[in-house]
Ligand binder design. Structure first.
Ligand code: HEC
Ligand code: HEC
Length: 298
């Protein structure tokens, strides 16, 4: 090798190293941007005025007023937006854009990889106590279009800040019915009613029911004490999220979920068997509340 060749070789190596370093720096910057930068979904006035835009709008309408736009698939008094606030846009209330970038995903609940449509079907069956629309139905196409549109520009495959409901530290004291009842009376009754029946106006609810026949069923995520506590701590009382203490959120979630609600659709006639098969988590299904066995209709 002569001097010139050596020089060329060294510069190639140095260039390579610089490029590698630059690549690493870029990767680092991307990771940090993903870590710290909160994602903001586009505003509704930017929904395009074309066929795709019409599907996006239909998806949004179903999400906000499921009763009116997908009523035949709903078996209770709820709308998607009741648990996914601000039309599925609000961080820390399981926003649609954060879900979109993580699907397809494995779910322990049905022990398989689910596409986004199957995740939607889950909330229809349990949270809405209804029937799941078919994967290729216009309703699921519309909801998928809406989620896709909300997530445009978001990095895929990452847990965006604000996904789901924020994790909650364990309570210092075991969640308690009596303390929960007190929290409920002071902070929730005004809107949700003292029997958790919600507040109706004309045909629908202005404040959704928390238990009873028009609420989510015993198979829904919200019947888990930890999930409800996390949702409530972040989002309730409406407009005053974060105002309850950790302990108050656990207590009131325990209280809300110690009441009767529609049966788990996987129930085959025996509460104890259903509990053993599907309720090995923090919930009260199959427990006694007073003299009543939860899950067994009075
Ligand atoms: C000012 C009225 C108001 C108060 C007070 C309030 N909520 Fe809500 N809550 C709402 C509304 C409205 C929604 C539905 C949100 C939406 O559709 O945008 C909701 C939704 C919910 C949901 C999910 C939907 C459902 O029906 O299951 C739960 C659970 C809930 N609230 C629990 C509570 C608890 C517990 C308290 C007291 C700590 C509380 N809320 C206080 C108005 C209120
Ligand atoms: C009673 C409350 C409730 C209602 C009503 C509800 N959901 Fe959900 N949804 C949940 C809970 C709880 C989760 C799980 C959130 C978690 O643990 O992070 C969830 C999760 C989801 C997810 C996945 C979120 C993620 O980040 O993986 C999607 C998508 C979703 N719901 C769509 C819908 C649609 C569409 C509707 C209406 C047809 C609906 N939900 C109605 C409570 C509800």
């Amino acid at each position: 090798m002569n001097m010139k060749q050596i020089l060329i070789c060294t510069s190639i190596i140095m260039y390579g190293q610089a490029a590698l370093a630059q690549k690493a720096e870029h990767a680092q910057a991307v990771t940090e941007a993903i870590k710290i930068k909160p994602y903001l979904p586009p505003t509704e006035d930017t929904i395009p005025d074309n066929e795709f835009g019409a599907m996006v709008r239909f998806g949004r309408d179903i999400f906000i007023d499921t009763q009116a736009h997908a009523g035949k698939y709903v078996g209770n008094g709820l709308n998607c937006v009741n648990c996914h606030l601000d039309a599925g846009r609000l961080a820390n209330s399981a926003p649609l854009w954060a879900a979109w970038v993580k699907y397809p995903a494995y779910r322990g609940k049905n022990k398989m990889v689910n596409i986004m449509q199957e995740r939607f079907q889950g909330c229809f069956k349990y949270s809405m106590n209804g029937k799941a629309p078919a994967t290729d139905s216009k309703e699921l196409k519309a909801l998928t279009s809406y989620a896709f549109w909300l997530a445009q520009g978001a990095p895929t495959g990452v847990d965006l800040p604000g996904r789901g409901y924020p994790g909650l530290a364990k309570p210092e004291k075991k969640p308690d019915f009596k303390r929960g009842k007190q929290v409920f009376a002071e902070n929730c009754v005004l809107c949700h009613g003292d029997k958790g029946e919600g507040t109706r106006q004309n045909a629908g609810y202005v404040f959704p029911p928390l238990w009873g026949k028009d609420s989510f069923n015993w198979g829904a995520g919200m019947h888990r004490i930890n999930t409800a506590a996390a949702f409530i701590r972040a989002n309730m009382p409406l407009g005053k999220g974060g105002s309850l203490s950790n302990q108050q959120a656990w207590d009131v979630a325990y209280y809300v979920n110690s009441h009767e609600r529609p049966q788990d659709p996987r129930f085959k006639g025996d509460v104890a068997a259903t509990k053993a098969a599907y309720h090995q988590h923090q919930c009260r299904y199959g427990d006694k509340s007073g003299n009543h066995l939860l899950g067994k209709k009075p």
